[in-house]
Design a protein around this ligand. Structure first.
Ligand code: GLC
Length: 412
């Protein structure tokens, strides 16, 4: 059976490869994550005090877009409204529980969209479907659905061309309660090229759901390859990840993933053709916190030095050993080499091995050259039929990029 050809918006999404997720809202002021209202059972009236102190005084969309761009991210998915029901956008009178009516007095989504366009970043909108603020969510679901639909219509008509809508919360009620046909038709009507994503949550990783969905999600988990044979439509895949254990700012959460593990996870996503959506949770004033900023800076350095083939690179039938794998792009192969050591003097470098010949199979075509993409150094190789071995020299003393990439060129 055939694998369907991706529609343009879906292919474009796959080519963006790497995005920034931003969880920012009233909860950011508490520094206890975005679920605090629910987890600490804070009554709406009490929680609303956060509305009166929400100034977003340091929320600088341009600065955030620049940070994302420097990290190699090509799109940003911002929480335009999260489960607490507060909107960062001007709801045009649907509900005044929004940023323009708060002390911030600004439409933060407008600023976000403008900043993204100036930096050449695709803006995407996260939007909750679950709502802890609207009484109708509990007692008049039909009218709640209309409110949700009208809200999404505002987002689709007020901000020019957007990259897509990323929904989250349908897992809170039985699937039959929702009316995705109407909601998705609203999007297709105003934004035919926008992606539609519905987060199927921790228990539904990789589920496809509605036929309008353009990408499956793998919240907090390594994506597995999708078997697209016989699908009626090609769907992309995206894995979203926190840097520590919270999406919204968690002031007391020190449990950061390591930089090497984030680089490796980004690579592992692309190995199976999935996008990587890495989250930041700005503080109450809207600043990306220092730890997250530094991580992004280093990921950006890695992207510039080693990661350029991640965008156009697609999973290849070529296989490596252990964590090593190959992507193909524009008739070339890119070999992603893990656990490589620094080459240096035995008195200073702890030599855990890792250098030397690496094996890849299913390499069809006659190899002309193999070279590191970071230094351009040409590497020795041996090819027997479809088997390729190449000599992975160690990192030059002074660096260790965690994952190093070799480019394979073929004879014509
Ligand atoms: C979960 C959480 C939510 C978070 C989302 C991000 O569904 O409910 O707080 O925004 O994951 O993927």
């Amino acid at each position: 059976m055939a694998i369907p050809v991706p529609e343009k918006r879906i292919a474009d999404f796959e080519n963006m490869a790497f995005g920034m997720f931003i969880h920012y809202g009233l909860y950011s002021q508490m520094g206890c994550g975005e679920w605090i209202m629910n987890i600490a059972n804070i009554p709406v009236e009490e929680y609303k005090k956060l509305f009166d102190t929400f100034t977003a005084k340091d929320f600088d969309a341009r600065k955030i877009a620049k940070t994302a761009k420097a990290a190699g991210m090509r799109y940003i998915t911002l929480t335009t409204r999260h489960h607490d029901g507060f909107s960062l956008y001007d709801t045009k009178g649907l509900c005044d529980y929004d940023a323009p009516h708060s002390p911030a007095g600004r439409d933060l989504v407008r600023e976000f969209v403008d900043a993204c366009r100036e930096e050449g970043i695709m803006p995407m909108f996260y939007h909750t479907t679950l709502d802890w603020y609207q009484p109708s969510f509990k007692n008049d679901f039909k009218s709640y659905l209309k409110y949700l639909n009208d809200s999404v219509e505002v987002l689709c008509t007020e901000y020019g061309k957007i990259g897509g809508l990323w929904f989250d919360g349908n897992w809170s009620r039985p699937a039959s309660d929702w009316d995705p046909d109407t909601l998705y038709a609203t999007i297709r009507k105003h934004q035919p090229e926008a992606l539609i994503i519905d987060n199927t949550g921790l228990s539904g990783r990789g589920d496809i759901g509605h036929p309008e969905i353009d990408s499956v999600t793998f919240e907090q988990g390594r994506p597995t390859p999708l078997d697209r044979e016989g699908m009626t439509k090609y769907v992309a895949a995206e894995m979203c990840h926190t840097m520590n254990d919270h999406w919204g700012f968690g002031e007391g959460d020190f449990n950061y993933k390591s930089l090497p593990s984030m680089i490796e996870t980004l690579c592992a996503c692309r190995k199976v053709g999935a996008n990587y959506l890495l989250n930041v949770g700005p503080d109450g004033d809207g600043n990306i916190v220092p730890m997250q900023k530094v991580m992004l800076e280093y990921i950006g350095k890695w992207m510039n030095t080693c990661g350029q083939s991640l965008y156009r690179g697609r999973p290849a039938k070529v296989c490596g050993e252990f964590k090593n794998f190959a992507l193909e792009a524009d008739g070339r192969l890119y070999l992603y080499i893990h656990d490589l050591n620094v080459a240096g003097d035995a008195n200073v470098i702890v030599d855990g091995g890792g250098r030397g010949f690496k094996y890849f199979k299913n390499v069809s075509g006659k190899v002309k050259s193999v070279r590191w993409t970071d230094t351009g150094e040409e590497l020795d190789f041996v090819q027997h039929g479809e088997n390729l071995w190449f000599n992975a020299t160690g990192f030059p003393y002074g660096c260790n990029y965690v994952v190093r990439v070799a480019e394979v060129e073929f004879e014509n």
